[in-house]
Design a protein around this ligand. Structure first.
Ligand SMILES: C[S@@+](CC[C@H](N)C(=O)[O-])C[C@H]1O[C@@H](n2cnc3c(N)ncnc32)[C@H](O)[C@@H]1O
Length: 190
């Protein structure tokens, strides 16, 4: 099993990030997950339940056989090459709409000797991007995977909100963390 690395690039470890990172740990397993660029001790303490925690940026680790998942990469990740990568690196970046190319500007540009691949041009949440890369690494072709663009979450009888990202379908349903949906329903603003 490859190692999945999240390079945390948000200014703080928000509740939203934490719930998403916990979901990722459930998807790939704690032993296969690293969190890098975790500068604050209190955040390292919170994350160590979910994977290996590294203070330094992934750009300082000099990893061999690594692939960055970047929506702006020119090539799409294919199963044959995916099996050979030892590390898959993702931006720990909450979605922005429209996307601001932060993966390219804050991650791909700084990690030397790593390949960069997309999983299509549409923006997934980090947990969904990891799920899709894992599916491809286990032999599935990107073109055979099914997605839903935008999900609507009903807050109460009258209000709903849209998450304008791409979601993988898992057992026919968009892969959204139940804990995150509960949290977002309670949250007043975005
Ligand atoms: C919510 S996305 C943030 C994307 C960011 N807004 C940008 O413009 O680069 C979080 C992470 O998931 C991964 N990701 C999301 N969609 C992707 C795609 N279509 N191709 C490759 N990686 C993707 C990337 O590693 C990205 O840093």
């Amino acid at each position: 099993m490859p190692i999945y690395i999240i390079e945390h690039l948000e200014p703080r470890l928000s509740k939203w990030c934490l719930i998403e990172y916990k979901h990722i740990s459930e998807i790939v397993g704690k032993r296969n997950l690293w969190f890098s660029n975790i500068k604050l001790k209190k955040d390292r303490e919170k994350l160590k339940r979910y994977g290996r925690v590294i203070k330094e940026s992934v750009s300082k680790l000099n990893l061999k056989n690594a692939c960055i998942l970047d929506p702006d990469a020119r090539k799409t990740l294919a199963p044959k090459e995916a099996r050979k990568f030892r590390y898959f690196i993702f931006g720990g970046i909450l979605g922005d709409y429209p996307a601001k190319k932060r993966t390219k500007d804050k991650l791909t540009k700084f990690v030397k000797n790593a390949a960069a691949r997309n999983i299509g041009k549409k923006q997934f949440s980090t947990d969904n991007a990891i799920y899709v890369a894992k599916q491809i690494a286990s032999g599935k072709n990107f073109s055979n995977l099914k997605f839903k663009d935008k999900i609507e979450i009903q807050k109460n009888k009258v209000e709903s909100f849209i998450l304008p990202y791409r979601y993988a379908l898992h057992e026919g349903k968009p892969l959204a963390s139940k804990e995150l949906v509960r949290y977002l329903k309670r949250k007043r603003t975005f």
